[in-house]
Design a protein. Sequence first.
Length: 145
Amino acid sequence: MKEDLIARNRAAMRRFETCINTNDLDLAKELISEKAAFMTPVSPTPLMGAEGYLSVVSMMRSSFPDVQWKLENMVADEKMVAVCWLCTGTFTGPAPFAGIEPNGRSFSTTVMNFYSFDEEGKIVNDVAAVGIAGILQGIGAMGVE
């Protein structure tokens, strides 16, 4: 039934919020298909499955140890969920970000993602609207203070 699939996908996104905020690989394996291939600017080849997806989360945490995604809003149908995230963090980690050394500055930005689900209710694709401008602005890499 269509309503059941929509409810399943919405519930999965609420669990996914916990997954990315805790970097929980076991939960990621429950939610993300092992066949999922994620394209990202940090890799020339697709990142595969739960491990691939969380590798991007780990990369973010190496620059922003307190990075958090808060699910602000979502729209769902039986095959896709659109999510508006509020992403926040402080640039205190050991790793540079976009060639910039950590400087203790914070960011808060809105990011849109579109998640596709397979018949089993697992995420098979994530298309993100580019939110890096908000991060770069927050850490002082862009001209706006």
